[in-house]
Design a protein around this ligand. Structure first.
Ligand SMILES: Cc1cc2nc3c(=O)[nH]c(=O)nc-3n(C[C@H](O)[C@H](O)[C@H](O)COP(=O)(O)OP(=O)(O)OC[C@H]3O[C@@H](n4cnc5c(N)ncnc54)[C@H](O)[C@@H]3O)c2cc1C
Length: 391
């Protein structure tokens, strides 16, 4: 086996999944994470389709089920702040087998499954040559460098160039933060949506999170200005929104990001390769793609006995079609969130949903859920070889 020393940039969903499978296949993964410690926060994310098969192979399926968000009711807040209550997860697009999980819980479970590996927090790669250079650490030798560092990947920028070449931006900015259970929710999500502004919150067990999302033609603000950008956009709105804005302002675990896709003609160059959002961010399917992508990358690296060029090319051949179908589906769903249209129309839609029999709503959303299910199952895992099972 050659190229055993593998550096992964990013301790996120893709980073931990990849580290798990590389370790299991006899490699020596090291993770470098920009943040000074494990990053908390995040809203609920979906794990679906083939990603659940990977989770099962990791032996952590039950751990995910134990913290499944499993919403049992929903509330829609109309543009004039009337609350309509519904049974079940009216806004969710989850199908029976999907698992919805707090992003933080998922990251924690994956990290625990990886076990003992070197994780360097609070540092970042600055140059990738024969040696890898860092902001703080002295240069070190690695055979392979994997960018699992999210939508605005550092490795992608260093190896492939500016973000703008690969990012498809939909002008949606979001921010997620833990809150006190101010809406008294229990396995319930509350959602306000009007003219390109969304406010959502849910609570499950003792955890409660809020999400603000804005569709705007304005330029993305710099990271220092994000909180005041959200505050200004929501100024003047009633209901509980001013309280939520205050919570966001004081939160230390606020996670900001954009809804965007990454589309690249190739995911690797030399000894560097990308996985997860860094290579193919897809919103709604991003977490599942990251899990499957990380699994397949580790598998191909082992099958090629560590020969990067063979492994990277096979990794791409194996899952590109699956990834692109998922991205196309996610892209068509973006159109549902618009800053145009009238509050009256939104209100009408909400009341219509309230009036419709539940069976009818299930019927009209069935096609979409079935499509999501088919796409999420669009890649089938190869049988696990016996030597990997026993490692
Ligand atoms: C704290 C947090 C909260 C999130 N909340 C949500 C959410 O509410 N809803 C949603 O849809 N998605 C959320 N995401 C994104 C979601 O996890 C991903 O879209 C998806 O799971 C794919 O995972 P990924 O591993 O490719 O990227 P991510 O899970 O985003 O992980 C990328 C990791 O790389 C790290 N990183 C970034 N830059 C560098 C660098 N220069 N050097 C080293 N490490 C770096 C990041 O800190 C992060 O830990 C969140 C991500 C994070 C980090």
């Amino acid at each position: 086996m050659v190229n055993r020393r593998i550096l992964i940039s990013g301790a996120g969903i893709a980073g931990f999944t990849l580290a798990y499978w590389l370790k299991k296949r006899g490699f020596l993964p090291t993770i470098v994470e920009k943040y000074p410690g494990a990053r908390k926060g995040g809203y609920k994310v979906d794990v679906r389709g083939t990603a659940l098969d990977v989770i099962k192979r990791m032996g952590i399926y039950q751990d995910l089920l134990d913290v499944n968000v499993n919403l049992t009711s929903s509330k829609l807040v109309t543009p004039n702040f009337k609350i309509l209550e519904f049974e079940g997860d009216i806004l969710g697009h989850v199908s029976e087998d999907d698992i919805e999980i707090n992003r933080w819980d998922l990251a924690e479970i994956l990290k625990k499954a990886v076990g003992d590996i070197e994780i360097i927090y609070g540092d970042s790669i600055t140059k990738i040559e024969e040696m890898v250079h860092f902001e703080k650490m002295a240069p070190r030798a690695f055979d392979v460098v994997v960018g699992a560092d999210g939508l605005f990947s550092n490795v992608r920028r260093l190896v492939f160039g500016e973000d703008s070449k690969f990012l498809r931006n939909y002008g949606i900015h979001f921010c997620v933060f833990p809150i006190d259970n101010m809406f008294n929710l229990d396995r319930c999500e509350i959602v306000y949506m009007d003219k390109g502004k969304l406010v959502a919150a849910y609570a499950v067990n003792e955890h409660s999170y809020a999400c603000l999302a804005i569709k705007s033609k304005k330029e993305a603000p710099s990271s220092e200005e994000l909180k005041s950008f959200f505050e200004k956009e929501y100024a003047g709105l009633g209901w509980e929104i001013p309280t939520l804005i205050k919570e966001m302002q004081s939160s230390k675990d606020c996670y900001f990001n954009a809804i965007a896709q990454v589309r690249m003609p190739a995911w690797s160059k030399g000894k560097a390769v990308l996985v997860g959002d860094a290579a193919y961010a897809a919103s709604a399917m991003g977490t599942s793609l990251a899990i499957v992508g990380a699994y397949v990358l580790a598998e191909e690296i082992e099958e090629a006995s560590g020969d990067c060029s063979v492994a990277f090319s096979n990794y791409e051949k194996s899952i590109r079609k699956f990834v692109e179908e998922a991205q196309d589906l996610a892209e068509s769903n973006q159109e549902l969130f618009s800053e145009e249209g009238s509050s009256f129309r939104t209100m009408l839609q909400f009341y219509l949903i309230k009036l419709m029999p539940r069976k009818f709503i299930q019927f009209i959303t069935k096609k979409g859920r079935e499509k999501m299910k088919r796409v999420a199952r669009g890649y089938k895992l190869e049988p696990l070889q016996s030597h990997t099972k026993s490692l």
